[in-house]
Design a protein around this ligand. Structure first.
Ligand code: MN
Length: 209
């Protein structure tokens, strides 16, 4: 049997599954095998986790500033450990003391495609990925290119979905539950004040004392 290139060993090693509500490490494919998810994650710092399904896992990158729809803007992305495909539905609170402690939102989700059904895992090893997204917020064609080591850049390609709109500011809520980070923290027993720092400022200032 061929050795799968996706490995959930590092994912598993970082987590205590009796404590975190995150999904257990098991390989599986979604029905159409082409899911993507972008999770907004208020951990020590706010960031966005970008994940593409390949080889029964989610190939993952962490973006300090999230994606931009403007082809002139290159967004820094750090390649991180593979996550299980079940992670595409994870939204909630990772408890204090656990890896990635903080509030996680399903910020965007949908299907992705590659030209001629390129092998995503192989393209990731080679450091160059071209794909199209069919999310609620992110659509059209994108490039992910490795600079060195784990450092990559995510850039929108020029097409009808390119825009100067600041999509992270304009569309801050969950596509799974329509909640903001502070709502998720409130519902799931997280740190509401900390989570709210990842929400639009207007909303948190308008909040009643
Ligand atoms: Mn994260």
């Amino acid at each position: 049997m061929p050795v799968p290139s996706g490995s959930l060993g590092p994912y598993k090693a970082k987590r205590h599954f009796g404590k975190t509500p995150e999904p257990r490490a098991r390989r599986r494919r979604s029905k159409d095998r082409h899911l993507f998810v972008v999770q907004k994650h208020r951990a020590r710092q706010l960031h966005y986790d970008f994940r593409l399904e390949a080889d029964g896992v989610l190939k993952s990158w962490s973006l300090p500033k999230g994606p931009s729809l403007d082809p002139a803007v290159k967004r820094f992305a750090v390649a991180v450990e593979d996550h299980p495909v079940d992670y595409t539905t994870f939204e909630g609170v990772i408890p204090d003391g656990e890896y990635g402690a903080g509030t996680v939102m399903v910020w965007d989700r949908g299907r992705f495609g590659t030209e001629d059904d390129t092998d995503v895992a192989a393209a990731r090893r080679q450091g160059r990925l071209q794909f199209t997204l069919e999310g609620e917020k992110l659509k059209g064609s994108w490039n992910l290119v490795r600079m060195r080591g784990n450092s990559w850049l995510l850039v929108k390609r020029r097409d009808g979905f390119a825009s100067k709109k600041d999509v992270t500011a304009a569309a801050p809520a969950s596509v799974a539950s329509r909640r903001l980070l502070r709502d998720i923290a409130t519902d799931e027993g997280g740190d509401v004040e900390k989570a709210a720092t990842g929400d639009p400022h207007k909303r948190s200032r308008a909040r009643k004392p």
